[in-house]
Design a protein around this ligand. Structure first.
Ligand SMILES: Cc1cc2nc3c(=O)[nH]c(=O)nc-3n(C[C@H](O)[C@H](O)[C@H](O)COP(=O)(O)O)c2cc1C
Length: 192
């Protein structure tokens, strides 16, 4: 069974409509050139003062030492399904501006824009991205030599779609469930 397309009130671009966060990935590896294309898309995102505060650390499954170090940082509930992900990424932001070392309160925003670009490029290449907050910052700092002005933000599993049947039962149900969102009206606020 396939994931149904989201029910939208206004037709959006197919690359947006087809995006969702899978847990079952195919064993098909992602070519180096394809991975670099995803990060190239991230690179061209807008950022406050063109600071480009985003950084990425990634490994493919065949770079097993680095992959294992990343995998080890994930929470157990994410490890359960990430086991099939051919690529793991850790994202970071530089929390202070390079120009004056003042706090950059837009760094997380700009990382989000970069990951958004990466995600849309992934959609165009038939790849799928699953963002994760569930990983240990302590393990990340212990496993990698992360400079103190960089903060780990998320981890990302990415790859081609796999068969939901490979997942444990409760995850299988979620894998094919219809995506849910707040109604569009709720996005608009009125402070007056
Ligand atoms: C910053 C962030 C952190 C997330 N953390 C996790 C996570 O640790 N584990 C997980 O399974 N999904 C995680 N997700 C995925 C969300 O649950 C998912 O995007 C949301 O339910 C909407 O589903 P959809 O992306 O399929 O539309 C995260 C998403 C984001 C953007």
């Amino acid at each position: 069974m396939m994931k149904p397309m989201p029910e939208m009130n206004h037709a959006t671009h197919e690359l947006i409509r087809k995006r969702w966060s899978p847990r079952a990935f195919s064993s098909q590896p992602v070519e180096k050139e394809t991975i670099l294309t995803l990060f190239e898309a991230a690179r061209w995102a807008a950022s406050c003062m063109n600071e480009q505060p985003w950084r990425f650390l990634y490994a493919t499954k065949n770079e097993s030492e680095q992959y294992q170090r990343l995998f080890h940082c994930l929470s157990q509930s994410n490890q359960v399904w990430c086991i099939t992900a051919p690529v793991l990424v850790m994202t970071f932001v530089r929390v202070n501006f390079e120009r004056n070392n003042q706090p950059n309160r837009w760094a997380f925003h700009d990382l989000g824009l970069a990951v958004g670009n990466l995600t849309t490029q992934a959609s165009a290449l038939n790849l799928y991205v699953h963002n994760m907050a569930g990983f240990s910052l302590e393990k990340a700092r212990a496993s990698f030599n992360i400079p103190s002005d960089f903060e780990p933000v998320t981890m990302i599993a990415l790859g081609y779609l796999g068969d939901p049947e490979q997942l444990p039962e409760e995850l299988k149900t979620r894998e094919i469930a219809q995506q849910q969102r707040k109604p569009l009206d709720e996005l608009f606020i009125n402070y007056s």
